[in-house]
Design a protein around this ligand. Sequence first.
Ligand code: SF4
Ligand code: SF4
Length: 386
Amino acid sequence: MTKPGNVARTVMLDGLQELIDALLGRGYTVFGPTVVDGVIDYRPITSVTQLPQGWGDVQDNASYRLRRRDDDAVFAFACGAQSAKPVLFPADELLWRARLGGAEPEIERAVDDKPAPPYAFLGLRSCDLAAIGIHDRVLSSRQFGDTHYALRREDTLIVAVTCTDPAGTCFCVSMDTGPVPRSGFDLAVTELYADGPHRFVVEAGTPRGEELLDQVASTAASDEDLVAAERVGAEAAARMGRVLDGTNLKDLLYDNTESPVWDDVASRCLRCTNCTLVCPTCFCTSITDASDLTGTTAERHRVWDSCFSEEYSYIHGGAVRESGRSRYRQWMTHKLAAWHDQFGSSGCVGCGRCITWCPAAIDITAEVAELRRLAEQRQRPQEARP
Ligand code: SF4
Ligand code: SF4
Protein backbone atom coordinates (compact mmCIF):
# COMPACT_ATOMS: atom_id res chain seq x y z
CA MET A 1 0.00 0.00 0.00
CA THR A 2 1.32 3.46 -0.89
CA LYS A 3 2.30 5.32 2.27
CA PRO A 4 0.50 8.65 2.81
CA GLY A 5 2.85 11.45 1.71
CA ASN A 6 4.88 9.24 -0.65
CA VAL A 7 4.84 10.24 -4.32
CA ALA A 8 3.20 7.57 -6.54
CA ARG A 9 3.31 7.62 -10.33
CA THR A 10 2.34 5.28 -13.15
CA VAL A 11 5.11 4.27 -15.54
CA MET A 12 5.02 2.19 -18.74
CA LEU A 13 7.67 -0.36 -19.83
CA ASP A 14 9.56 2.41 -21.70
CA GLY A 15 9.67 4.32 -18.42
CA LEU A 16 11.32 1.31 -16.76
CA GLN A 17 14.06 1.53 -19.40
CA GLU A 18 14.42 5.24 -18.64
CA LEU A 19 14.81 4.33 -14.99
CA ILE A 20 17.59 1.86 -15.83
CA ASP A 21 19.23 4.49 -18.07
CA ALA A 22 19.02 7.10 -15.31
CA LEU A 23 20.69 4.70 -12.86
CA LEU A 24 23.43 3.78 -15.34
CA GLY A 25 23.93 7.50 -16.08
CA ARG A 26 24.54 8.10 -12.37
CA GLY A 27 27.25 5.43 -12.36
CA TYR A 28 25.31 2.57 -10.78
CA THR A 29 25.80 -1.05 -11.70
CA VAL A 30 22.18 -2.19 -12.00
CA PHE A 31 21.41 -5.72 -10.79
CA GLY A 32 18.11 -6.97 -12.14
CA PRO A 33 16.35 -10.31 -12.43
CA THR A 34 17.19 -12.24 -15.58
CA VAL A 35 16.96 -15.82 -16.82
CA VAL A 36 20.34 -17.47 -16.33
CA ASP A 37 21.31 -21.14 -16.05
CA GLY A 38 17.69 -22.29 -15.90
CA VAL A 39 16.67 -19.98 -13.04
CA ILE A 40 15.85 -16.32 -12.45
CA ASP A 41 18.68 -14.57 -10.65
CA TYR A 42 20.09 -11.06 -10.25
CA ARG A 43 22.81 -10.03 -12.71
CA PRO A 44 24.11 -6.69 -14.04
CA ILE A 45 21.63 -5.49 -16.67
CA THR A 46 21.40 -2.49 -18.99
CA SER A 47 18.04 -3.08 -20.69
CA VAL A 48 14.45 -4.11 -19.92
CA THR A 49 14.87 -6.76 -22.60
CA GLN A 50 17.07 -8.66 -20.11
CA LEU A 51 14.23 -8.88 -17.57
CA PRO A 52 12.41 -12.25 -17.47
CA GLN A 53 9.47 -11.04 -19.57
CA GLY A 54 6.84 -13.77 -19.89
CA TRP A 55 8.67 -16.09 -17.47
CA GLY A 56 7.44 -17.39 -14.17
CA ASP A 57 8.65 -20.11 -11.82
CA VAL A 58 7.25 -23.14 -10.07
CA GLN A 59 8.90 -23.91 -6.74
CA ASP A 60 8.23 -26.72 -4.31
CA ASN A 61 10.18 -29.09 -2.04
CA ALA A 62 13.53 -29.74 -3.78
CA SER A 63 12.18 -28.39 -7.04
CA TYR A 64 12.58 -25.25 -9.16
CA ARG A 65 11.28 -24.97 -12.73
CA LEU A 66 10.91 -22.00 -15.05
CA ARG A 67 7.57 -21.79 -16.79
CA ARG A 68 6.30 -19.77 -19.72
CA ARG A 69 3.55 -17.37 -18.71
CA ASP A 70 0.69 -16.41 -20.97
CA ASP A 71 1.32 -12.67 -20.43
CA ASP A 72 4.22 -10.22 -20.80
CA ALA A 73 4.79 -9.57 -17.10
CA VAL A 74 8.44 -8.87 -16.24
CA PHE A 75 8.33 -9.31 -12.44
CA ALA A 76 5.73 -12.10 -12.10
CA PHE A 77 8.01 -14.71 -10.59
CA ALA A 78 8.58 -15.55 -6.92
CA CYS A 79 11.93 -14.89 -5.26
CA GLY A 80 14.97 -15.59 -7.45
CA ALA A 81 17.45 -18.39 -6.87
CA GLN A 82 19.60 -16.05 -4.79
CA SER A 83 18.91 -12.81 -2.93
CA ALA A 84 21.07 -9.66 -2.79
CA LYS A 85 23.46 -11.53 -0.46
CA PRO A 86 26.03 -12.67 -3.06
CA VAL A 87 26.40 -9.04 -4.22
CA LEU A 88 26.51 -7.22 -0.89
CA PHE A 89 28.21 -10.02 1.06
CA PRO A 90 30.14 -12.05 -1.55
CA ALA A 91 30.87 -15.75 -1.11
CA ASP A 92 34.60 -15.04 -1.42
CA GLU A 93 35.99 -11.72 -0.21
CA LEU A 94 39.67 -10.80 -0.44
CA LEU A 95 40.66 -9.24 2.87
CA TRP A 96 44.31 -8.46 2.22
CA ARG A 97 47.25 -9.37 0.02
CA ALA A 98 50.94 -9.31 1.02
CA ARG A 99 53.85 -9.16 -1.44
CA LEU A 100 57.52 -9.86 -0.84
CA GLY A 101 59.86 -7.85 -2.99
CA GLY A 102 61.59 -4.96 -1.30
CA ALA A 103 63.12 -4.95 2.13
CA GLU A 104 59.70 -5.05 3.83
CA PRO A 105 56.59 -7.03 2.75
CA GLU A 106 53.98 -4.82 1.11
CA ILE A 107 50.47 -5.22 2.52
CA GLU A 108 47.41 -4.14 0.52
CA ARG A 109 44.17 -4.05 2.47
CA ALA A 110 41.26 -4.78 0.11
CA VAL A 111 38.99 -2.53 2.13
CA ASP A 112 41.11 0.52 1.25
CA ASP A 113 39.75 0.21 -2.31
CA LYS A 114 36.18 1.32 -1.87
CA PRO A 115 34.03 -0.92 -4.09
CA ALA A 116 32.99 1.05 -7.13
CA PRO A 117 30.69 1.71 -8.88
CA PRO A 118 27.75 1.80 -6.46
CA TYR A 119 25.08 -0.85 -6.82
CA ALA A 120 21.39 -0.52 -7.62
CA PHE A 121 18.93 -3.42 -7.34
CA LEU A 122 15.89 -3.50 -9.58
CA GLY A 123 13.11 -5.92 -8.67
CA LEU A 124 14.04 -6.98 -5.12
CA ARG A 125 11.24 -8.75 -3.25
CA SER A 126 10.09 -7.60 0.18
CA CYS A 127 11.47 -10.78 1.82
CA ASP A 128 14.91 -9.93 0.44
CA LEU A 129 14.49 -6.34 1.57
CA ALA A 130 13.79 -7.62 5.08
CA ALA A 131 16.91 -9.80 4.83
CA ILE A 132 19.02 -6.76 3.93
CA GLY A 133 17.56 -5.00 6.98
CA ILE A 134 18.70 -7.96 9.11
CA HIS A 135 22.19 -7.91 7.58
CA ASP A 136 22.40 -4.15 8.18
CA ARG A 137 21.72 -4.83 11.86
CA VAL A 138 23.98 -7.87 12.18
CA LEU A 139 26.87 -6.83 9.97
CA SER A 140 27.15 -3.08 10.23
CA SER A 141 25.24 -1.74 13.25
CA ARG A 142 27.13 -3.46 16.03
CA GLN A 143 30.32 -2.57 17.86
CA PHE A 144 32.55 -4.39 15.38
CA GLY A 145 31.02 -3.90 11.97
CA ASP A 146 31.85 -5.56 8.69
CA THR A 147 33.59 -2.77 6.80
CA HIS A 148 33.35 -4.50 3.43
CA TYR A 149 29.58 -4.94 3.74
CA ALA A 150 29.05 -1.43 5.12
CA LEU A 151 31.01 0.20 2.29
CA ARG A 152 29.01 -1.65 -0.35
CA ARG A 153 25.72 -1.07 1.38
CA GLU A 154 25.97 2.66 2.10
CA ASP A 155 25.54 3.73 -1.55
CA THR A 156 23.21 0.91 -2.61
CA LEU A 157 19.94 2.04 -4.18
CA ILE A 158 16.93 -0.27 -4.07
CA VAL A 159 13.97 -0.50 -6.44
CA ALA A 160 11.72 -3.09 -4.79
CA VAL A 161 8.70 -4.83 -6.32
CA THR A 162 5.48 -6.21 -4.93
CA CYS A 163 5.44 -9.98 -5.34
CA THR A 164 2.45 -10.76 -7.56
CA ASP A 165 2.83 -14.51 -8.02
CA PRO A 166 4.31 -16.17 -4.90
CA ALA A 167 5.74 -19.68 -5.08
CA GLY A 168 4.57 -22.84 -3.37
CA THR A 169 7.46 -22.44 -0.93
CA CYS A 170 6.79 -18.80 0.08
CA PHE A 171 5.62 -17.85 3.59
CA CYS A 172 6.53 -14.17 3.95
CA VAL A 173 3.05 -13.43 5.34
CA SER A 174 3.79 -15.72 8.32
CA MET A 175 7.03 -13.83 8.95
CA ASP A 176 5.36 -10.41 8.39
CA THR A 177 7.87 -9.46 5.69
CA GLY A 178 5.71 -9.31 2.56
CA PRO A 179 4.56 -9.59 -0.11
CA VAL A 180 4.30 -5.78 -0.37
CA PRO A 181 7.50 -3.78 0.34
CA ARG A 182 6.82 -1.46 3.27
CA SER A 183 10.16 0.23 3.97
CA GLY A 184 13.85 0.10 3.13
CA PHE A 185 13.43 1.01 -0.56
CA ASP A 186 14.13 4.09 -2.67
CA LEU A 187 11.39 3.14 -5.12
CA ALA A 188 8.76 0.41 -4.91
CA VAL A 189 7.09 -0.92 -8.04
CA THR A 190 3.79 -2.77 -8.39
CA GLU A 191 3.35 -4.31 -11.82
CA LEU A 192 -0.17 -4.29 -13.28
CA TYR A 193 -0.61 -6.70 -16.16
CA ALA A 194 -3.98 -8.39 -15.70
CA ASP A 195 -6.34 -5.51 -16.54
CA GLY A 196 -5.71 -2.66 -18.95
CA PRO A 197 -2.35 -1.74 -20.42
CA HIS A 198 0.86 -3.24 -19.00
CA ARG A 199 2.01 -0.61 -16.48
CA PHE A 200 3.81 -0.07 -13.17
CA VAL A 201 2.71 1.93 -10.14
CA VAL A 202 5.91 3.35 -8.69
CA GLU A 203 6.13 4.76 -5.16
CA ALA A 204 9.07 6.86 -3.98
CA GLY A 205 10.33 5.93 -0.50
CA THR A 206 13.24 8.41 -0.28
CA PRO A 207 14.12 11.86 -1.71
CA ARG A 208 16.74 10.04 -3.83
CA GLY A 209 14.02 7.80 -5.25
CA GLU A 210 11.72 10.77 -5.84
CA GLU A 211 14.45 12.61 -7.73
CA LEU A 212 15.04 9.52 -9.87
CA LEU A 213 11.33 9.15 -10.59
CA ASP A 214 11.32 12.75 -11.87
CA GLN A 215 13.69 11.62 -14.65
CA VAL A 216 11.22 9.04 -15.95
CA ALA A 217 8.19 9.61 -18.20
CA SER A 218 5.23 9.05 -15.89
CA THR A 219 1.79 10.27 -14.92
CA ALA A 220 0.36 10.77 -11.45
CA ALA A 221 -1.01 7.38 -10.36
CA SER A 222 -4.80 7.40 -10.69
CA ASP A 223 -7.04 6.23 -7.86
CA GLU A 224 -7.91 3.19 -10.02
CA ASP A 225 -4.23 2.26 -10.39
CA LEU A 226 -3.59 2.70 -6.66
CA VAL A 227 -6.57 0.47 -5.84
CA ALA A 228 -5.42 -2.10 -8.43
CA ALA A 229 -1.89 -2.09 -6.94
CA GLU A 230 -3.29 -2.65 -3.46
CA ARG A 231 -5.49 -5.49 -4.72
CA VAL A 232 -2.53 -7.20 -6.41
CA GLY A 233 -0.61 -7.22 -3.11
CA ALA A 234 -3.62 -8.49 -1.15
CA GLU A 235 -4.26 -11.28 -3.66
CA ALA A 236 -0.61 -12.37 -3.50
CA ALA A 237 -0.80 -12.42 0.31
CA ALA A 238 -3.77 -14.77 0.06
CA ARG A 239 -1.85 -17.19 -2.18
CA MET A 240 1.15 -18.05 0.03
CA GLY A 241 2.35 -21.59 -0.59
CA ARG A 242 3.30 -22.27 3.03
CA VAL A 243 2.45 -21.16 6.56
CA LEU A 244 4.81 -21.12 9.52
CA ASP A 245 2.98 -20.99 12.84
CA GLY A 246 5.02 -18.59 14.97
CA THR A 247 2.97 -18.99 18.19
CA ASN A 248 5.44 -19.20 21.11
CA LEU A 249 8.00 -20.44 18.61
CA LYS A 250 11.04 -19.36 20.63
CA ASP A 251 9.87 -21.29 23.71
CA LEU A 252 8.84 -24.26 21.56
CA LEU A 253 12.39 -24.55 20.22
CA TYR A 254 14.16 -23.88 23.53
CA ASP A 255 11.91 -26.38 25.36
CA ASN A 256 12.32 -29.19 22.82
CA THR A 257 16.04 -29.64 22.33
CA GLU A 258 15.64 -33.41 22.84
CA SER A 259 12.62 -33.87 20.53
CA PRO A 260 12.66 -36.96 18.25
CA VAL A 261 12.16 -34.49 15.38
CA TRP A 262 15.90 -33.79 15.38
CA ASP A 263 16.73 -37.50 14.91
CA ASP A 264 14.17 -37.81 12.15
CA VAL A 265 15.41 -34.79 10.22
CA ALA A 266 19.03 -35.91 10.70
CA SER A 267 18.19 -39.23 9.05
CA ARG A 268 17.24 -37.29 5.89
CA CYS A 269 19.63 -34.31 5.98
CA LEU A 270 22.70 -34.68 3.74
CA ARG A 271 24.65 -31.88 5.47
CA CYS A 272 25.16 -30.40 1.99
CA THR A 273 24.87 -26.78 3.31
CA ASN A 274 22.57 -25.71 0.43
CA CYS A 275 19.97 -24.28 2.81
CA THR A 276 22.46 -21.90 4.41
CA LEU A 277 24.06 -20.86 1.11
CA VAL A 278 20.73 -19.77 -0.41
CA CYS A 279 19.39 -18.26 2.81
CA PRO A 280 19.45 -14.45 2.49
CA THR A 281 20.20 -13.96 6.20
CA CYS A 282 22.81 -16.68 6.94
CA PHE A 283 26.17 -15.00 7.36
CA CYS A 284 28.62 -17.56 8.81
CA THR A 285 32.10 -17.31 7.31
CA SER A 286 35.58 -18.83 7.59
CA ILE A 287 38.98 -17.39 6.84
CA THR A 288 41.34 -19.04 4.36
CA ASP A 289 44.96 -18.14 3.61
CA ALA A 290 46.78 -18.99 0.40
CA SER A 291 50.17 -18.20 -1.13
CA ASP A 292 51.33 -18.45 -4.72
CA LEU A 293 53.81 -21.08 -5.90
CA THR A 294 56.76 -18.68 -5.84
CA GLY A 295 56.06 -17.83 -2.23
CA THR A 296 56.13 -14.09 -2.90
CA THR A 297 52.39 -13.33 -2.62
CA ALA A 298 49.99 -14.36 0.12
CA GLU A 299 46.27 -13.63 0.38
CA ARG A 300 43.66 -13.86 3.10
CA HIS A 301 40.06 -14.47 2.02
CA ARG A 302 36.80 -14.57 3.91
CA VAL A 303 34.54 -17.28 2.47
CA TRP A 304 30.96 -18.33 3.24
CA ASP A 305 30.75 -21.24 5.63
CA SER A 306 27.85 -23.13 7.15
CA CYS A 307 26.78 -24.45 10.54
CA PHE A 308 26.01 -27.70 8.66
CA SER A 309 29.70 -28.43 8.13
CA GLU A 310 31.52 -30.31 10.89
CA GLU A 311 34.57 -28.05 10.66
CA TYR A 312 32.50 -24.98 11.40
CA SER A 313 32.03 -26.00 15.04
CA TYR A 314 35.66 -27.08 15.47
CA ILE A 315 37.24 -25.56 18.54
CA HIS A 316 40.33 -26.66 20.43
CA GLY A 317 40.16 -30.45 20.69
CA GLY A 318 37.39 -31.17 18.18
CA ALA A 319 34.00 -30.28 16.72
CA VAL A 320 31.24 -29.54 19.22
CA ARG A 321 28.46 -30.42 16.76
CA GLU A 322 29.49 -33.81 15.39
CA SER A 323 26.02 -35.14 14.52
CA GLY A 324 23.59 -34.06 11.83
CA ARG A 325 20.99 -33.90 14.58
CA SER A 326 22.89 -31.22 16.48
CA ARG A 327 23.66 -29.24 13.33
CA TYR A 328 20.08 -29.03 12.04
CA ARG A 329 18.88 -28.22 15.56
CA GLN A 330 21.49 -25.50 15.84
CA TRP A 331 20.49 -23.97 12.50
CA MET A 332 16.75 -23.93 13.13
CA THR A 333 16.97 -22.94 16.79
CA HIS A 334 19.36 -20.10 16.01
CA LYS A 335 17.31 -18.90 13.05
CA LEU A 336 13.89 -18.96 14.72
CA ALA A 337 14.67 -18.54 18.43
CA ALA A 338 18.18 -17.44 19.51
CA TRP A 339 18.24 -14.83 16.73
CA HIS A 340 15.52 -12.92 18.64
CA ASP A 341 17.73 -12.80 21.75
CA GLN A 342 20.83 -11.88 19.78
CA PHE A 343 19.54 -9.48 17.15
CA GLY A 344 15.98 -8.58 18.13
CA SER A 345 14.15 -10.32 15.27
CA SER A 346 13.65 -13.68 13.63
CA GLY A 347 16.46 -14.80 11.34
CA CYS A 348 13.93 -16.09 8.81
CA VAL A 349 12.14 -13.84 6.32
CA GLY A 350 9.97 -16.57 4.78
CA CYS A 351 11.56 -16.59 1.31
CA GLY A 352 11.29 -20.40 1.10
CA ARG A 353 14.66 -20.87 -0.65
CA CYS A 354 15.86 -23.44 1.89
CA ILE A 355 12.83 -25.55 0.98
CA THR A 356 13.27 -25.21 -2.78
CA TRP A 357 17.00 -25.93 -2.79
CA CYS A 358 17.19 -28.71 -0.19
CA PRO A 359 17.94 -31.87 -2.21
CA ALA A 360 16.38 -33.96 0.57
CA ALA A 361 13.10 -31.97 0.42
CA ILE A 362 13.38 -30.90 4.06
CA ASP A 363 10.91 -28.12 4.81
CA ILE A 364 11.47 -25.73 7.73
CA THR A 365 7.70 -25.06 8.02
CA ALA A 366 6.91 -28.79 8.17
CA GLU A 367 9.64 -29.43 10.77
CA VAL A 368 8.27 -26.65 12.99
CA ALA A 369 4.75 -28.09 12.62
CA GLU A 370 6.00 -31.57 13.56
CA LEU A 371 7.96 -30.23 16.54
CA ARG A 372 4.78 -28.50 17.72
CA ARG A 373 2.61 -31.57 17.15
CA LEU A 374 4.91 -33.83 19.18
CA ALA A 375 5.29 -31.25 21.95
CA GLU A 376 1.51 -30.87 22.23
CA GLN A 377 1.07 -34.65 22.19
CA ARG A 378 3.47 -34.96 25.13
CA GLN A 379 1.72 -32.12 26.92
CA ARG A 380 -1.80 -33.59 26.70
CA PRO A 381 -1.49 -36.62 29.01
CA GLN A 382 0.22 -34.42 31.62
CA GLU A 383 -2.61 -31.89 31.52
CA ALA A 384 -5.16 -34.68 31.82
CA ARG A 385 -3.61 -35.92 35.09
CA PRO A 386 -5.52 -34.90 38.27
S1 SF4 B 1 15.46 -20.00 6.73
FE1 SF4 B 1 14.74 -20.60 4.68
S2 SF4 B 1 12.81 -19.49 4.40
FE2 SF4 B 1 13.86 -18.54 6.14
S3 SF4 B 1 15.00 -16.82 5.24
FE3 SF4 B 1 16.43 -18.59 5.27
S4 SF4 B 1 16.17 -19.57 3.27
FE4 SF4 B 1 14.43 -18.17 3.53
S1 SF4 C 1 18.58 -29.40 5.42
FE1 SF4 C 1 18.68 -29.95 3.22
S2 SF4 C 1 19.84 -28.27 2.27
FE2 SF4 C 1 20.22 -28.15 4.47
S3 SF4 C 1 22.09 -29.32 4.79
FE3 SF4 C 1 20.37 -30.75 5.09
S4 SF4 C 1 20.04 -31.72 3.10
FE4 SF4 C 1 21.32 -29.89 2.73
